[in-house]
Design a protein around this ligand. Structure first.
Ligand code: FAD
Length: 305
């Protein structure tokens, strides 16, 4: 119920104005966001990679309805990737791209062309791109774009959301050699006709998907903070005789940082998803929706002032 309300608020202009201008907002945002500028992102990436972690960087912004704004998003990514290339960070840091930030909402072909520009910049910087998966109505379009891009950029990462009823099918289609696939639970509101709405059902779907990906020939990227699922991933590693360099764990910046370091210290590859930029509202609202305790943190920040 609370999750649905927060996800609805993430799409509401009125709620956005209230939250963005509230004096307590800074503390909450700082927990999940690396900062606003490329310099902030570079500093956090340098720190994390210095500790043995990998990074994927997200330039915040989504659901663009304007061609000019989509071009601006592409420019920001290109600028970021040039910086990763020149600093040498491209060997340890890639980027995550939301197609809705580069035109998917109003023109799929434009989004494809724009994503191509980002992939070309990533290649020049010696790194890769993963296409985030967004709301359920965009899944087919995003998978079409993934397949199209992989003709020229076979290392483009795809994302499967375990809460979708078709998730296992998507995993089976994507578990081929060289295919980088991020598996996550899914962070958007979706109706019961297309998605599991019960948490245990989502977890069971995640396990089924993980089994398919870990037994397959691709490169699984297991994006979860859930301790039970991380334990099961460990067991599947042994069962499928996978070496540590054939898959990775992924977690979000600011969430379970000790666990990120614990897994890395054990020899696992761990990639931290680092979001930065001005347009943080929807991203942060999704983080609040994921965990009721975050809302308490949010409310404490409110009354503490
Ligand atoms: P949960 O059951 O939500 O959480 C398990 C435990 O993790 C919690 O008990 C808590 O200890 C901790 N935890 C989880 N979330 C939080 C939080 N917000 N704050 C504090 N603690 C928390 N979703 C998409 O729909 N599309 C994507 O492209 C996408 N990319 C992602 C990339 C990465 C690297 C990660 C880690 C997640 C991504 N997500 C994406 C979000 C994902 O779908 C989930 O919403 C999110 O990861 C929470 O699910 P969980 O697996 O951690 O399990």
């Amino acid at each position: 119920m609370l999750r649905q309300a927060l996800l609805a608020a993430s799409r509401s202009g009125g709620a956005r104005r209230v939250v963005e201008t509230a004096p307590f907002t800074d503390d909450v945002v700082r927990r999940f966001i690396a900062g606003e500028t490329i310099e902030d992102a570079e500093r956090v990436t340098t720190d994390l990679t210095g500790e043995g972690l990998l990074v994927t960087l997200d330039v915040l912004g989504e659901d663009t309805h304007d061609k000019g704004q989509a071009e601006t998003s592409v420019q920001r990514y290109v600028e970021l990737l040039e910086r990763l290339g020149s600093s040498g960070l491209g060997t340890r840091a890639e980027v995550s791209l939301k197609l809705s930030a580069v035109g998917q909402t109003f023109d799929e072909d434009l989004a494809l062309d724009n994503a191509r520009l980002v992939c070309a910049a990533a290649r020049s910087a010696g790194t890769t791109v993963t296409l985030d998966m967004e709301g359920h109505t965009t899944v087919d379009s995003t998978l079409r774009i993934v397949h199209e891009l992989r003709r020229d950029f076979p290392d483009v990462g795809a994302v499967v959301q375990a809460y979708l009823r078709r998730a296992e099918e998507h995993c089976a289609e994507l578990a081929y050699e060289g295919s980088r696939v991020r598996l996550c639970k899914g962070a958007y509101a979706a109706p019961a006709s297309v998605a599991f709405t019960d948490k245990d059902e989502v977890d069971r779907s995640f396990v089924r998907c993980m089994k398919v990906l870990m037994a397959g020939k691709g490169y699984p990227m297991l994006a979860t903070h859930d301790p039970r699922l991380i334990d099961i991933a460990g067991a599947l590693t042994v069962l499928n005789e996978r070496d540590a360099d054939t898959f990775e764990y992924q977690m979000l910046y600011g969430i379970r940082p000790q666990e990120q370091r614990r897994l890395a210290a054990q020899g696992a590859q761990v990639r931290v998803y680092v979001a930065f930029g001005h347009d943080w509202y929807r991203y942060v609202m999704r983080r609040l929706a994921e965990r009721p305790a975050n809302l308490r943190f949010f409310m404490r920040a409110l009354v503490g002032r």
